[in-house]
Design a protein around this ligand. Sequence first.
Ligand SMILES: Cc1ncc(COP(=O)(O)O)c(C=O)c1O
Length: 418
Amino acid sequence: MPTSEAGSIRSAVSSDESGIPTGECHPRLARWTKSIRKSSLQEMLLTATRPGTVSFALGLPAPELFPAAALAKAAVDVLGHDPSALQYAPSLASLKRHIVEIMSMRGVACREAQIFLTAGAQQGMSLLARLLLNPGDKVIAEELIYTGFQQAIEPAEPCVLTVPTDRLTGMDVDAVELLLSSGERPAFIYSITDGHNPVGVSMSLDKRVRLVELARRYEVPIMEDDAYGFLSYDSAPLPPLRGIDPRWVLYIGSFSKILAPNLRIGWLIVPESLMDNLSIVKEGSDIDTATFSQRTVAAYLEGGHLPGHLRTLRAEYARRRAEMISALQEHFPPGIRWSVPSSGVFIWVNLGSGVDTSKLLKVALEKEKIAFIPGRAFEVRENHHAANCLRLNFSNCPASQITDGIMRLARLVKAEMA
Ligand SMILES: Cc1ncc(COP(=O)(O)O)c(C=O)c1O
């Protein structure tokens, strides 16, 4: 096109000073997007990384504990030996073999053919939600739950039947039974059995046994999110639901919290009959799980590093947990309750009535540069019943900063309560 012609077309379109056309289009969005809430966790990711902020906000692993040297060696070996690690490829059988071994450490017996590789637990739950949910279907979940789960199911605009969470024993299984026995038949029950996000609780053994029994009796699948199950700190951890009775449990696992989140590798353990459908849904989303990441993780596991690395993580996170609990005991006013998690990376604090933790967060960021997540962010029903609660993360903050951060937060809490 002659430049003069191009110039006259351009001049008909208004543009900013760098010549980029202004006035973007506003396409009509799908109906389900109307209920989208801004993700407070994404916003927090920006705020919490501001220099000088002590962040107890997000569930991030400790970056200084990433096994960077061993992963770097694994990555170099992979690329040095086979450039096709950068190619589209089917899921890596050797990685599935390693996952079978890892799962046996977790008390779950499974076969390679039942493992479906994903780009993290988040994608695992999204894919399952797409397979299991018709628009408007019902699901059972706890009143307070991981926000990523809410985002994963949102496109189907499901009706979420909520049940409470006991801070010592986990999901209220009586409430689940009441729903099922009164005739509700949800597409699935969502359970974070260990290291609950956000409540920090692990489900008691008798509830685990009862929940899988209910799933079997009423033929309702459980979507078990085990993102934190390998991070256990006290006595021998309990098996996940899938380890108690595999028949109605669709298990979601991930390397995010035990290796590094940006590898974006997770897995599902599901009936073989679901594999073809899962592959099709995943293909429509991201074609395949990054080959290079899969190969790097497999080479790392082949080197036998994982058990030692898990011991390091558990020891250091247990130290940080202890540091945070003793700082809470020492500096928070009496009468305030918090969970003592036996696994995972979160402590749930209930400040009692009269304190709104969303307001407290604004003051905490401005005055003391302390970040946490207010309880309301996790409410499924947005009824403010957790407005006086907050979630603290202890994995991402060096032990040396934890006491000082909790002391500063306690100062604000005392002022707020006064
Ligand atoms: C309960 C829970 N499930 C799933 C995820 C997502 O994990 P991934 O990085 O494996 O997608 C998270 C992340 O924080 C989480 O807290």
